[in-house]
Structure formats: C-alpha cells, structure tokens
Design a protein around this ligand. Structure first.
Ligand SMILES: NC(=O)C1=CN([C@@H]2O[C@H](COP(=O)(O)OP(=O)(O)OC[C@H]3O[C@@H](n4cnc5c(N)ncnc54)[C@H](O)[C@@H]3O)[C@@H](O)[C@H]2O)C=CC1
Ligand SMILES: N[C@@H](CC=O)C(=O)O
Length: 342
C-alpha cells in the first residue's frame, strides 16, 4: 500500500476548522483515499483572525483545536512560527503545503480574505477544499475553470453529497424542479419557534450547536440558502446563476401563529430553495413555503436538511441528512481532502 503525506494549510479555526482538527486528531491519519492511497494528513499551517502560524514538522491538531475552543488566538499557540496574517503571507514566507482548506467567514460583497486565500493558493498551483461558500458564489467560472482543483461538497448541504447525487441522477434524466432545504439553521429555528421558543432563544440555540453562521442574519435572511442554490444550480443544471438571480425571502417574518396555522391545515412551513425551468434557463427562489405534510421536506426533523429532485424519467429523488452540529460538514471537508489529495 502506498503511503503519502499531505501537508495542509487550514484557514478558519472555528466550528468547521476545529471539528476538522479533531477528526484529524481522532484518526484521519492513514485514512485511505478513494484511489487506495493511505494518507497521512499533517497540518503545517493555520490561519485565524489573529494571523498565520506554521510548523513544517506539523502542528499537533488536538492541542490547536483545544486552544481555539478555549478562546485562544492561533498566534499565541506555543511552539509555532508566526508567518504574517494571511495565506498569501504564508506562501510569501516560503511555507510549503500541498492543499488549502478555506473555512473562514464568508464575505458576499468582495469575497474577502477567503477569496484572496483561494486565489493565492491556486496561483501557487495548489488545490483548495472549500467550506466557505462566498468565494465560489462570487467567482464560480474562475474557481471551476482551468487550474488547480477546487472541491466544495461541504458548501452545499454539509455531509449530504447533493452535487454528486444530482449529477448522477441527471445523467439520464431531465430535472423539472429542484427543492432544497439546505440551510440547517433556518429549519432548526422555525421548528423551535413552532415549539414555543422566542426567535431570539431559537437563534441562540442554533448558534450553540455551531451550525449558524458567525452573523446569523446570513442564515435567517436566506443568504446561505441562496448561495447553496446558486452552487447547486450551477454545478448540476449548468445554470450560470449569480446571487443576484435568486429571488430571496428569509424566515424572519414567519411567526409561531403562521407555523401553527399551517400545521392545522395539514402543512408545514419549510425554508426552501427552488429551481424551476423558466424557458431560457432556471428561475431560482428562496422562501419559506407551506408544504403538504406528506412532502419529503415537510417530514424532516428539526436537525435535518434535504433535497428533492423531480425528473422526467428518473422519478422523484429525495435525500436528507441529520446534522446536529458542525461535525458532518467537517467530515465533508475531510472527504474532499481525501478525494482531492489521494
Ligand atoms: N458551521 C457549519 O456548520 C458550516 C459552515 N460552513 C462555512 O464554513 C465557514 C466557517 O464556518 P464556521 O466554522 O461555522 O465559522 P466560525 O465563526 O465558527 O469560525 C470562523 C473562523 O474564521 C476565523 N477568521 C476570521 N477572520 C479570518 C480571516 N481573515 N482569515 C482567516 N480566518 C479568519 C475566525 O477566527 C474563526 O476561527 C463559513 O464560511 C461557513 O459558511 C460550511 C458548512 C457548514
Ligand atoms: N449556516 C449553515 C451552515 C452550513 O452551511 C446552515 O445553517 O446550514
């Protein structure tokens, strides 16, 4: 069996980055890639809002995760070299790595530090695994065009391999509609409000799980769902969509009375991203929708996300995933690392 060391740079050390570090510490080393190579994953660089750190011998992932979980700054971790503030600084300082994982906050205006990090890595010939969606949504053609690989399965429904599933299905069938409830925070928050929690308490509970965005309005106003719909539509329908193409309504105006009234008439209000053909392309919408109780997305439990694809000849395909915290998305990042580097 071939063994290969993969040197990782990890940008973003929060819920996703921390969970990934713990997965690596718990035994991802030696994990077999899809091509059968045994991979030894070594974190040689890490970046958070305090700056960039490096150690060519490897930064022990468990102490780094514990340091961050305790509120520490990366640059204060004992025994590492501080090498500037960004991924570009790491590269300029001669820090060598094989793959960048981008798990920092998203900036939907400019792409922010995340997009800059991805561009720096690719300019250096390095592949990238994304948890952050903003770089992909803003620079779709660039990041999916020629150049080093960019893997992004964690961006579109956590551990649920939505893109793989839809691409396989649509090889021999045409989609007449896609329905995607892929913002876990909105699904969870609406369920808690229906159970009687105040909106503020419901959001606080979602934040405590680690699934909410650093700024939860990114979830509640439908931005995260819109990003996921754009990525899904571009990756599987060839939609060439941008964020501005999505007709977006968040969940903040949905009240407990609305939720209970829907229940009383045999419905459930679910935040859904929908893609339907509009003659020339695809009409993309994100909105809370009252679905009949027997609809697959109405049957989800509060911690589930799901996707439904209606086709001409392959029937109606549904898939759901239960993700109570950020670990399944970190597992999706790990899956992309193994697939990309193995
Ligand atoms: N939490 C989840 O379940 C999922 C999150 N994502 C995406 O992954 C990304 C990270 O999410 P979380 O870990 O939940 O966020 P988080 O808020 O828990 O962590 C963000 C991390 O980024 C760091 N950071 C801030 N500014 C930075 C900069 N300029 N350069 C590098 N790092 C910087 C922070 O110090 C923190 O360590 C987001 O883009 C999110 O949309 C994707 C799938 C699931
Ligand atoms: N904030 C997101 C996390 C994953 O993308 C969500 O709630 O689904």
């Amino acid at each position: 069996m071939t063994r290969k060391t993969v040197r990782l740079a990890l940008s973003g050390l929060g819920a996703i980055g921390g969970s990934l570090l713990r997965l690596i510490a718990d035994g991802a080393q030696g994990t077999y890639s899809p091509r059968g190579t045994a991979l030894d994953l070594r974190v040689v660089a890490a970046v958070d809002s305090s700056g960039a750190i490096a150690d060519a011998a490897g930064i022990d992932p468990a102490p780094l995760a514990a340091h961050k979980a305790a509120g520490g700054r990366a640059v204060d971790l004992p025994g590492v070299t501080v090498a500037g503030r960004t991924v570009a600084d790491l590269l300029a300082a001669g820090v060598e790595f094989d793959l960048l994982v981008e798990a920092g906050p998203g900036d939907l205006e400019t792409g922010g530090a995340g997009l800059a990090a991805v561009r720096a890595a690719r300019a250096a010939g390095l592949p990238v695994v994304l948890a952050a969606k903003a770089p992909l949504v803003l620079a779709w053609d660039e990041l999916t065009g020629p150049g080093p690989a960019v893997a992004y399965s964690a961006c579109v429904g956590g551990a649920l391999p939505t893109v793989t599933l839809l691409r396989a299905t649509l090889t021999s069938a045409r989609a007449s509609k896609i329905e995607a409830a892929l913002n876990g925070t909105s699904v969870y928050v609406l369920s808690l409000i229906e159970d009687g929690l105040s909106p503020a308490d419901a959001v606080a509970r979602a934040q405590a799980t680690g699934i909410a965005e650093p700024d939860p309005s990114f979830d509640l106003d439908g931005w995260d769902a819109a990003c996921k719909l754009v990525i899904l539509a571009n990756a599987t329908l060839g939609a060439h969509a941008r964020l501005t193409d999505v007709d977006r309504t968040g969940i903040t105006d949905v009240t407990r009375d609305d939720l209970l009234r829907a229940r009383a008439t045999g419905h459930r209000i679910v935040p859904v991203g929908t893609a339907v053909p509009n003659g020339t392309g695809w009409r993309l919408t994100v909105a809370p929708v009252a679905l009949p109780a027997d609809h697959p997305l109405a049957r989800m439990d509060p911690e589930e996300m799901g996707v439904v694809v209606h086709t001409d000849v392959a029937g109606r395909l549904c898939a759901t995933t239960r993700e109570p915290d950020a670990v399944p998305s970190a597992a999706a990042v790990l899956r992309d690392i193994l697939t990309t580097a193995g």
